[in-house]
Design a protein around this ligand. Structure first.
Ligand code: ARG
Length: 465
């Protein structure tokens, strides 16, 4: 009996046999949650300080536990102390180590606390840091786009819808659309942070405790904005994590779209950009090839993050209150989505910083695809046609040009009159793609004025001179 006791874990009092080794391996979470070491120790320090302050343990006891916890934390940080995969999880491993060093006094640390409180706490502390990191990676990527937009502020490119040439737009306007999308990603993260930033400690497993703890003091020590008030709720939801997974999925969806466009634009068919050798790879068989692998990998890794979101939603969907061990399975998708999204953001920044736009090619592309057709239709509206009629006339004109393989600007006034008597010499200003951009006046359009405003707005927001 005493032998079984010696081997048994901290919760082993009522057990007659140790856990089957295969079941132990199966249920251990330490290979993953050892990434919570710093958070777990910080949480224990705050908890034990509060226990001392509230007189639940003596101040001498609190001081001794604190000193040893700090020591353990330092040793882990410097790599002197490493926990083996044999422990059940990081929470028990640290408490075990504490008890090894200070004996039964170590057992007082867990007064009025459960591992369920610790898991939720560690996760929230970790997520606060992860969100801050993700947010600054997003800002750095926005800055890269902004710098490109500024550098190419005069360049006009063909804009597309349905992947068909549609209208001329400023390249800067196109790039600033990405800055704006990434800006909403930052807002989403900031919003999620508010809900992460509540302390679950003091739930005491789920029902609260009869000890006179001070939950708010612990929350304050750990710089939480507030506590999760309902003790059952405090340990049994992961909605804040799922919210982050949604935020990461949306970020990855944006990155994947950007990647897709970069890949397309780097083809011989488009030839709009060139990615530097530093972000391209070669083919093992075809010597001429330069592949956009980094962008492709970003696009490819998007699925992992969507997978994490699905994984988390599925783990949680059937769980009755309060904590269920299923929730331990949230660690894999959590780390996976944070690591992948953080990596992909910095890789995308590297790609953008190492991409140049081929301005001559972009200029030439403006003269294919009848990009100014909408301006011609709008011109006819201003001369008194209804928009529908103007649309029909311009469509016929484009059909004629296509049949004769000439650009819209290649047609003379005399010929234009066979389509509408409303055409006058000033129509030629509307046929030039670079000039047509100057005609835009609506707020938020692809006009130079609007791009100037957007550049100023984002430079100010991102604090760039
Ligand atoms: N390793 C577990 C997790 O990550 C710790 C919680 C276990 N709680 C319990 N009451 N068995 O969720």
């Amino acid at each position: 009996m005493s032998e079984i006791k010696e081997q048994s874990p901290l919760w082993g009092g009522r057990f007659r046999k140790p856990l089957d080794p295969a079941a132990k391996k199966f249920s251990s979470s330490i290979p993953l949650d050892n990434r919570f070491t710093e958070e777990d120790i910080a949480g224990s320090i705050a908890h034990v300080t509060m226990l001392g302050e509230c007189g639940i343990i003596s101040s001498e006891e609190a001081a001794q536990i604190l000193e040893t916890l700090t020591q353990i934390g330092d040793e882990i940080k410097s790599g002197v102390l490493i926990f083996s995969d044999g422990s059940e999880d990081i929470h028990l491993a640290i408490e075990d180590e504490l008890t090894k060093r200070i004996g039964t006094l170590g057992g007082k640390l867990h007064t009025a606390r459960s591992r369920n409180d610790q898991v939720a706490l560690d996760q929230r502390l970790y997520l606060r840091k992860a969100i801050t990191r993700l947010s600054s990676s997003l800002t750095l990527l926005q800055t890269s786009f902004l710098q490109k937009a500024d550098a190419y502020r005069e360049i006009v490119i063909p804009g597309y819808t349905h992947m068909q040439r549609a209208q001329p737009v400023l390249l800067a306007h196109h790039l600033l659309a990405y800055v704006s999308m990434l800006g909403r990603d930052v807002e989403r993260l900031n919003d999620c942070y508010k809900r992460v930033n509540h302390s679950p400690l003091g739930a005491a497993d789920f029902g609260g405790t009869s000890f006179p703890i001070n939950r708010r003091a612990v929350a304050e020590k750990l710089k939480f904005h507030d506590i999760v008030f309902n003790s059952i709720d405090a340990v049994s939801d992961r909605d804040y994590l799922i919210e982050l997974a949604s935020g990461c999925s949306i970020i990855m969806m944006h990155l994947s779209r950007i990647a897709e466009e970069l890949i397309l634009w780097s083809t011989v068919e488009f030839g709009f950009i060139e990615m530097d050798d530093a972000v391209s790879t070669g083919s093992s068989i075809m010597p001429q090839k330069k592949n956009p692998d980094i962008a492709e990998l970003i696009r490819g890794k998007t699925g992992r993050v969507y997978g994490s979101l699905m994984n988390l939603l599925t783990i949680m969907k059937g769980l009755p209150l309060a904590y269920d061990r299923d929730m331990q399975c949230d660690k894999e998708p959590m780390f996976e989505m944070i690591d992948t999204t953080t990596d992909c953001l910095s890789m995308m920044k590297l790609v953008i910083d190492n991409t140049i736009f081929k301005t001559e090619r972009l200029k030439a592309a403006l003269h294919e695809g009848y990009l100014t057709a909408t301006e011609v239709a709008d011109y006819l509206v201003r001369k008194g046609e209804t928009f529908r009629e103007a649309h029909r006339i311009t469509g016929e004109l484009v059909g004629h040009c296509e049949g004769n393989k000439i650009p819209l600007s290649g047609i003379g006034l005399f010929e234009l009159h066979s389509f509408s008597s409303k055409f006058e010499t000033d129509v030629f200003d509307f046929l030039d793609p670079e000039k047509s951009v100057l005609l835009k006046i609506s707020e938020g359009s692809s006009s130079h004025e609007s791009v100037k405003k957007q550049l100023a707005y984002w430079k100010n927001k991102l604090k760039i001179d």
